[in-house]
Write a protein that binds this ligand. Structure first.
Ligand SMILES: [Zn+2]
Length: 274
């Protein structure tokens, strides 16, 4: 027996516009200034949630990625106030649409406003403002999403991808930290088989697949991640400052090196597709 059914679909399409914010600080060396060290963060977050508990329905995104956005601004300010210029130029990009699927970074790598081949490394800052309170450890597992046991401690930060493509970038990243503020660099997620897949989950991904060595600083998931409660009062500003200073120093070191960090390792093929 044949049965028939009628289905009807409504379909509408809307175009929305957003933009990356891009700035270039020119280097001092007549030749090396044609190359750039890129610093980035994302300035979007996830909007509002009418069902969020309490009066505040806005997802504030203070850590994700207000912390990175402010860090890049602070780096820009430090460059502008410095009496000397780095040899290479510094490319600062505040990306749009990260939370929608890394839109801004994808677009910038497809339609760059600079010669992208001359970007020698990209340093991505996405969530550097939170620290684990040892008296408030919420264990993950058994479907508990709002846990914080993998949040880094006050002097600790996850570093992801720095050794994946370039031994030199890995060594500079590690060496600069050891020479100055000595944060505890945690490489737990710096693993192609990371089940959390953090390598795929922020803007640096599109630079990496474009052949640019990257390093990504990240404090770890916490109970306010993608909640209305990711608010500024919970930020550990001392930690944020230390991480930002360390990234600034890493950037400066990369800008002064006689030769750019060589890409001497193939990105593992499992890391080239999202
Ligand atoms: Zn983020």
């Amino acid at each position: 027996m044949t049965k028939s059914a009628t289905l009807s679909f409504n379909h509408s399409k809307e175009n929305k516009w957003t933009q990356n914010v891009v700035a270039l600080w020119e280097g001092s060396d007549p030749v090396l200034k044609n190359e750039m060290v890129a610093i980035g963060a994302h300035y979007d977050h996830v909007g509002t949630n009418p069902n969020a508990p309490g009066d505040d329905k806005i997802w504030n995104g203070a850590d994700d990625d207000g912390s990175g956005t402010v860090a890049v601004l602070a780096i820009a300010e430090a460059l502008a106030r410095s009496k000397t210029r780095p040899k290479r130029s510094i490319l600062l990009v505040w990306h749009a649409g990260e939370e929608k699927g890394l839109w801004g970074a994808n677009y910038f790598n497809k339609f760059p406003t600079v010669d992208i081949k001359n970007v020698v490394a990209q340093l991505n800052i996405d969530m550097i403002g939170r620290s684990l309170d040892p008296n408030n450890v919420i264990k993950c597992g058994q479907g508990i999403r709002r846990c914080n046991e993998n949040l880094t401690k006050a002097n600790e930060i996850y570093v992801i991808g720095s050794e994946m493509m370039s031994s030199t970038l890995g060594a500079v990243t590690k060496g600069t930290n050891n020479a100055y503020l000595k944060l505890d660099y945690n490489y737990k997620y710096d693993d192609p088989n990371d089940t959390e897949r953090f390598f795929f989950r922020s803007d640096h991904f599109h630079y990496a697949v474009n052949g640019i060595p990257i390093a990504f600083w990240f404090d770890g998931v916490h109970e306010d991640y993608h909640q209305a409660s990711d608010t500024a009062d919970k930020i550990d500003y001392q930690k944020m400052e230390k991480v930002t200073r360390t990234i600034f120093l890493t950037m400066w070191k990369l800008s002064e090196m006689p030769t750019r960090p060589a890409v001497d390792k193939q990105l593992p093929p499992e890391l080239t597709r999202r």
